[in-house]
Every structure is written in structure tokens, then in C-alpha cells.
Design a protein around this ligand. Structure first.
Ligand code: 5HY
Length: 250
């Protein structure tokens, strides 16, 4: 099967790192295609970045349908454009936040989220409520590390995330940690070793959920609000992505 893993920001090195994390989780026989939009923010750290990220996800799902993707992963913790992507795609579309929440809930009665900027915690709070995890998510904590500083040794990211997670486990009385950024995937194993609790990277969790659904012959429901978008001609720069336009993929 082919899973299109979309990094909704435009930083190519982060797309490559996300692709590596996805391939490390993928089963034999699963091809991972790691992509990012041709436009938008280099990192997604707030509502304004998020709206362009959602448009970029729409661009990449439109392309994925033409390329025969069997499923999609939206590799950004805000799950931008998730519902639009499920309208447009035939196969399953999994956001890394939703995937991580589900995985954590199978491993502990309560989990904590450790993310990047504190200002983005509200986005995770909205997702917890939207997905129905209020009773399982016991806290959401920012480290105030910028997304693109995660790989910078000067940011001391690992130590800061570890300290934040240790404090969250105590303060929240939680049993698992969800990493609140696709860029934290490479820290997951080392953090789990140090913390002694399950640490969930949403990229890996989303890849395995997508594989499970596709291998069970399951796809996004096309009854109701996830039915294909109504055919219409979009104006301006959105024109090439008009749903149901001549020549557009099924
Ligand atoms: C992410 N931003 O996973 C989110 C993390 C965040 O560019 N990739 C981004 O801070 O919400």
C-alpha cells in the first residue's frame, strides 16, 4: 500500500525527518511518500499558520488522489485540514494528534501532552474536545521551544522536553506522554527510556492506524459530511484544486 505522509509546513528537512520516522514505523510492503505543500508557513505555530497549512493539505491530498495514495497522514499536531482532506480523499486520512490520543488512551487511563510553544496549547485543547478525549487528556504543556529549533543543539530541546514531561506526569497524575509536534518523533524512544512510561509519537501511531484500516479494507465514509466535495469552479489561486473539475482525479 502507499501512504502519503503530508508535512503541512514547507521546511524540507522536517519533511525528510518525518518521512524517516514514518518509514521506521511502516510495515514491509508499505510505501511512504513524504511530501509538503508548495506554499505556506515554514512552521505552524498558531491559527494564521494553521489556515495556510490546511490549504496546503488540500493541495497535497488533491495530488495524492491523482497519484493513487491508499491513505494519508497529516503530520502536524494541529491536524490541519483533516475534515476537508477526508471529504476529498477516498482512503483513510489520519491526523497525528488524533492518532496519538487514541494510542495513549489504550495504554493509560490518562495522558499528558508536551508540545512546543505555549500559545499552541489551545489548538491541542480544541482537538481534545473535538475528538472526545476530555476525560483522558489530563494536561497540555508547552515547552516554548520553536518548531524549527527542535533540531538545534543550542535549544537543549531534549532536556527541556524531558523535564516538562517529568513534571507533567506528576502534576497531571498521568501514565503516558503524547509528543505534541511531528518534529519530536526522533526523540520518542530516548524519552520513553528515560521516563519509564509510554511516549507516543503521532507520526508512527498514524502510519500504523492507516495501515490497519487499509488492510481491513476500510476507507473514509462517503455518506454525509465526508461525501466528495460538490463540483464547482474555484476562483483565483485555488482554481487548480476545484473539486470535480474536468481532469481532476476521482
Ligand atoms: C507540527 N507545527 O507538528 C506543529 C507543532 C505545533 O510545524 N509541525 C509544525 O507547534 O503545533
Amino acid at each position: 500500500m502507499k501512504i502519503r505522509v503530508i508535512n503541512p509546513n514547507t521546511t524540507a528537512s522536517m519533511t525528510a525527518a518525518i518521512g524517516a520516522a514514518a518509514r521506521a514505523a511502516a510495515a514491509v510492503g508499505t510505501t511512504i511518500e513524504a511530501v509538503n505543500p508548495s506554499f505556506g508557513a515554514p512552521s505552524i505555530e498558531g491559527h494564521f499558520d494553521d489556515v495556510w497549512a490546511a490549504a496546503g493539505v488540500a493541495e497535497q491530498v488533491h495530488a495524492g488522489e491523482a497519484a493513487g495514495a491508499d491513505a494519508y497522514v497529516i503530520a502536524c499536531f494541529g491536524d490541519p485540514g483533516l475534515h476537508a482532506a477526508r471529504e476529498r480523499a477516498i482512503g483513510p486520512v489520519i491526523g497525528i494528534a488524533e492518532a496519538a490520543f487514541h494510542a495513549a488512551s489504550l495504554l493509560a487511563t490518562g495522558f499528558s501532552v508536551v508540545t512546543t510553544l505555549t500559545r499552541t496549547c489551545v489548538i491541542a485543547e480544541h482537538l481534545v474536545a473535538q475528538y472526545g478525549f476530555e476525560r483522558r487528556c489530563r494536561g497540555i504543556h508547552g515547552t516554548d521551544i520553536k518548531v524549527l529549533e527542535l533540531d538545534d543543539p543550542k535549544s537543549d530541546a531534549f532536556a527541556r522536553i524531558l523535564t516538562c514531561a517529568e513534571q507533567a506526569l506528576v502534576a497531571d497524575r498521568s501514565g503516558a506522554i503524547v509528543l505534541g509536534c511531528a518534529g519530536m518523533a526522533d526523540l520518542c524512544h530516548a524519552l520513553q527510556q528515560r521516563l519509564g512510561v509510554p511516549v507516543i509519537d503521532g507520526v508512527g501511531a498514524a502510519v500504523k492506524l492507516a495501515e490497519m484500516l487499509v488492510s481491513l479494507g476500510l476507507a473514509t465514509s462517503k455518506r454525509g459530511d465526508y461525501a466528495a466535495p460538490l463540483a464547482k469552479v474555484y476562483a483565483g489561486l485555488a482554481g487548480p484544486w476545484s473539486p470535480g473539475s474536468p481532469g481532476s482525479p476521482p
